[in-house]
Design a binder for this molecule. Structure first.
Ligand SMILES: *Cc1c(COP(=O)(O)O)cnc(C)c1O
Length: 395
């Protein structure tokens, strides 16, 4: 790390002992461990089928890429963007939401995000004081818990289990929380929520004065004619919280870092205040490409739904044929599978690695993820079929 001519070497010798308590209490990053084992296998020439990471394998649709190229040539896009995002982008979001879900005021109920992870990670900084309770599902996308810890809040797990359809039991949640995270269609369980569940959440939030953040990253990736409801479509939701959404999964744009938060104007204002002090917004050319995604032809989204449904069928039907018991998900690009031989999920995923398959052990999403393994449908059907042949060897 030391640069030529830099005299700081001795002074900073003991950097690791200077890590903040915040960093010290972060849970170990299990996925990095699995990545390292995968790289080791690949180096030894093992042909790996990666069903681990939730990152779409298909490219961004070409009309969106073309829009970025054009927008990148405009010098007006070369300067700092505004931290809340271009009004034209926020208008495109509100039109897109109005068509499917709810009407939103683009001036104060929509905020551009540099990917939804950014918004989720910054939200606790706007509302959480040291020691405040934050309700997070378990298992879950790790960012809710980590962002809470980084804001010195106290994450309180809400267990998700097959018995309750992977919906948290809101009646059992502590009532003195600042913030509540939920996520449907859900990663990693692929469960979906109905209006009735969202109404329970709104009642709880109103009765106990808790802010709700619904992560809707998979709202559009639904199958068999099922359409997932927006949290904001439930009466009263706009009074208690926000929804965070992203172009990452809907338009294969994970690398572009573009998303948005929508909902309660005061919650949006809090998040905007944090962002205006910490980042300077999303590259405007990327926002223009986002407008092209949301206002352009939506047949690519239909094609994507069809593609993931075919892959889901190949995996679920294949696993059932070899005797595994698996639910067929209505949404997301994940299949959440009970470990068939009852071994701990980490141990089981290491066995899978021995036959060249990467899958994510449920324990990596929280203690209540134990007993499950998550497969991502980010490879072609033919590769999934090969994976099923290998999986038959494992058990
Ligand atoms: C992929 C994913 C996101 C999207 O993250 P971006 O930062 O928008 O790319 C958000 N939440 C969940 C649960 C996800 O799986």
């Amino acid at each position: 790390m030391q640069q030529a001519g830099c005299q700081l070497g001795g002074y900073m010798a003991n950097v690791t002992s200077k890590y903040s308590k915040r960093l010290d209490v972060l849970p170990p990053y299990l996925f990095a461990h699995i990545d390292a084992l995968k790289a080791e296998k690949e180096a030894r020439g093992v042909d790996i089928i990666d069903l681990g990471v939730g990152d779409p394998d298909c490219p961004t649709p070409p009309h969106i890429v073309r829009s970025l190229v054009q927008a990148a040539h405009k010098s007006s896009n070369h300067q700092y963007p505004s931290s809340e995002g271009m009004l034209s982008y926020r208008e495109a979001v509100s039109e897109w939401y109005a068509k499917k879900h709810v009407a939103l005021d683009p001036t104060n109920e929509v905020l551009t995000l540099i990917g939804s992870k950014e918004g989720i990670a910054h939200l606790p900084l706007a509302f959480v004081n040291r020691g405040d309770n934050v309700l997070v599902p378990d298992p879950a996308y790790p960012v809710y818990k980590i962002a809470t810890i980084l804001a010195d809040g106290k994450p309180i797990g809400m267990p998700l289990s097959a018995e309750n359809g992977f919906l948290p039991d809101i009646d059992k949640a502590v009532t003195d929380a600042k913030l509540l995270f939920i996520n449907y269609p859900n990663n990693p369980t692929a469960a979906v929520a109905d209006d009735a569940f969202f109404r329970t959440v709104v009642d709880y939030a109103r009765d106990n004065d808790v802010i709700v953040c619904h992560d809707a990253a998979y709202l559009e990736l639904t199958f068999d004619g099922y359409a997932a409801p927006s949290f904001l479509s439930v009466p009263g939701a706009m009074d208690v919280g926000i929804e965070i959404n992203s172009l990452s999964k809907t338009y294969n744009m994970t690398g572009w870092r573009i998303g948005f938060a929508v909902g309660n104007a005061e919650v949006i204002a809090g998040l905007r205040e944090v962002k205006s002090n910490l980042d300077s917004g999303a590259f405007q050319a990327v926002q223009e490409a986002g407008i092209a995604a949301m206002t352009g032809p939506q047949d690519t989204v239909d094609a994507l739904r069809k593609l993931y449904a075919e892959r889901r069928d190949a995996l679920v039907d294949g696993l059932r044929n070899i005797g595994w018991s698996v639910e067929k998900p209505k949404a997301t690009f994940y299949v959440w599978v009970p470990v068939p031989d009852g071994s701990p999920s980490l141990e089981f995923s290491l066995k899978l690695l021995d036959v060249g398959i990467v899958a994510t052990p449920g324990i990596g999403f929280g203690e209540h993820g134990e007993g499950y393994v998550r497969f991502a449908l980010t490879v072609p059907v033919s590769t999934i079929e090969e994976a099923v042949i290998r999986l038959e060897e494992v058990v």
